[in-house]
Design a protein around this ligand. Structure first.
Ligand SMILES: Cc1cc2nc3c(=O)[nH]c(=O)nc-3n(C[C@H](O)[C@H](O)[C@H](O)COP(=O)(O)OP(=O)(O)OC[C@H]3O[C@@H](n4cnc5c(N)ncnc54)[C@H](O)[C@@H]3O)c2cc1C
Length: 491
């Protein structure tokens, strides 16, 4: 089947019988649920965009069928530009709010499938084939994936396997001829109600897997209606939301859910790591996952920064505060973050190199890794700057019902801006509030701080993993020049 349309996506979601709970209620039909419907339709719209912009959004598989660009193995810089443009288009639909648009995991699995040599290096021929087959399956059926790669927060001060006496984190509990049996929980499947498949794979936390932790070293994928798999959603932020009052929450709450496996039988052809702790620890580093996924993630972050700059400027301009130097400086700061992000993406594409295995290009990880550490600070900082620019205006926001009520003439008079009508001004402030201040916005800020692991650990890693050769050589050159006559005497 070629790339899906929104209608095809919704039809499959409607038939699905996953065991997913929201506020104590098992959801029967996600596409009809008042608190989930809006985001389901938003994901469907992303699929429709594939046919509105086929030159950007679609490529071909080996059989000549049209498949999503994000599944591509990039062989040229033009391919990387195309992947970037496709992610950019999708991210713009939600102003970057939907962090887990399907391209996020499409790119992840394209990355894995292009580096199954790593599986073979660690003696896993059969699992390598499973991964290659699974990749073709999701690509050719244009499936939407979620992932849970972090064990639940129980006691972070001990290795993963020791949390809650070893029984809480996801682990293998048994095996049959054709499946492995797993139990335990993982966090925090963003997009879980809307995805077709749940994927489990190693993350940075995998570094906490010791050689003896074989039963925790797992990588697999299952359909969302997998028997024995249960999901619990957080509160919905699209609850009773009017599109005028909450233009973003009403449509783009992509949800987050804890997944619990209770003696779930995972078919062996869908298992990619089963107990190989060496491979589990190596996967994230050796397959260049970081470079690919941060490439997608920073493309979306660029959209968010563009939106923050745009809305900040609009507020400052309509309130006349952009006459003040410190407001200009605040807007300039957001613009700088935006431009540095754009430049890092260009640099990552232009500095891309072949992976040394099969001619697939890997974006230059250095500028992306730097951004990965900065973005959890830059986006919250930009949100703070918007608050400082907008002041109390975010709360001078009559609702749709107020606008339809008896006080409308007063609203039109007293809510006007210097260059905008009251209605226009209220719309801008409501949009901005839903981006920086509503409960969806609060979740968005937390997302930016944590979804790629927190900035502290990422920044620490950038120092640890940095290639320091050139910089050490530079300093040494100066040290060598400093060998003065007097110094020789000191030796
Ligand atoms: C909105 C949102 C959506 C998410 N979506 C997904 C998803 O779709 N899939 C998924 O798998 N995950 C998802 N996550 C989870 C994300 O991967 C984790 O939040 C992240 O890895 C951090 O783990 P944690 O939340 O358990 O925090 P913790 O690891 O408990 O960290 C909390 C604090 O303790 C510190 N800390 C913890 N351990 C150490 C240590 N060893 N050394 C030093 N400091 C430490 C951290 O620096 C941090 O400040 C999401 C998170 C959020 C907030």
């Amino acid at each position: 089947m070629p790339a899906r349309t929104g209608k095809q996506y919704l039809e499959k979601l409607k038939k699905d019988r996953r065991e997913i709970y929201l506020d104590g209620e098992r959801i029967d039909d996600i596409t009809e649920h008042p608190e989930l419907k809006g985001a389901a339709e938003a994901v469907a719209h992303l699929y429709d965009l594939q046919y509105e912009y086929p030159d950007i959004m679609l490529t071909e598989n080996e059989k000549g069928e049209k498949v999503a660009t994000a599944f591509m193995f990039p062989k040229t810089k033009e391919d990387l530009w195309k992947i970037h443009k496709a992610s950019k288009l999708w991210s713009e639909y939600s102003a970057g709010i939907m962090g887990r648009s399907p391209d996020y995991l499409n790119i992840t699995f394209a990355c894995y499938a292009s580096r199954t040599d790593v599986w073979r290096k660690y003696g896993e021929e059969e699992k390598a084939k499973n991964l290659e087959n699974y990749f073709k399956y999701i690509r050719d059926n244009d499936l939407c994936l979620t992932h849970c790669i972090v064990n639940p927060q129980v006691d972070r001060s001990v290795p993963e396997a020791m949390q809650g006496e070893g029984d809480l984190a996801l682990h293998k509990v048994g095996e049959t001829e054709d499946s492995i049996i797993v139990s335990g929980a993982r966090m925090l499947g963003t997009l879980a109600p809307f995805a077709d498949e749940m994927t489990i794979y190693p993350s940075r936390a995998g570094k906490g897997i010791r050689p003896e932790d074989t039963k925790y070293a797992l990588m697999f994928a299952v359909p969302m209606d997998q028997p024995g798999m249960k999901l619990i959603c957080r509160d919905s932020f699209s609850k009773k939301r009017d599109t005028f009052d909450y233009p973003l929450s009403s449509r783009f709450d992509e949800q987050d859910a804890i997944v619990i496996f209770d003696n779930a039988h995972i078919p062996k052809e869908r298992v990619f790591i089963d107990g190989n702790t060496e491979l589990y620890r190596a996967v994230t580093d050796e397959v260049n996952w970081g470079a690919y996924i941060v490439f997608q993630a920073m493309t979306r972050a660029l959209t968010k920064l563009e939106f923050l700059f745009g809305i900040g400027h609009m507020i400052a301009d309509m309130n006349g505060v952009n006459a003040f130097d410190h407001i200009k400086e605040k807007l300039g700061e957001i613009w700088q973050y935006k431009e540095l992000t754009r430049s890092a993406i260009v640099s990552a594409i232009e500095g891309a190199k072949e992976n040394g295995v099969n001619g697939v290009l890997v974006p230059d990880a250095r500028p992306l890794t730097a951004l990965r550490g900065c973005m959890p600070k830059w986006i919250p900082r930009s949100i703070e700057l918007i608050q400082l620019i907008g002041g109390g205006g975010f709360l001078c926001t009559p609702s749709r019902k107020d606008m339809q009520g008896p006080l409308r003439p007063y609203i039109d008079k007293y809510y006007q801006a210097r260059n905008k009508s009251a209605l226009e001004k209220i719309k801008v402030n409501r949009l901005a509030w839903d981006f920086i201040g509503s409960d969806l916005a609060g979740r968005g800020e937390l997302y930016e701080r944590f979804y790629l692991v927190d900035s502290f650990r990422v920044t620490m890693d950038t120092y640890t993993n940095a290639d320091k050769t050139a910089e050490i050589a530079l300093v040494k050159r100066f040290l060598d020049q400093m060998v003065l006559e007097e110094e020789k005497e000191l030796v």
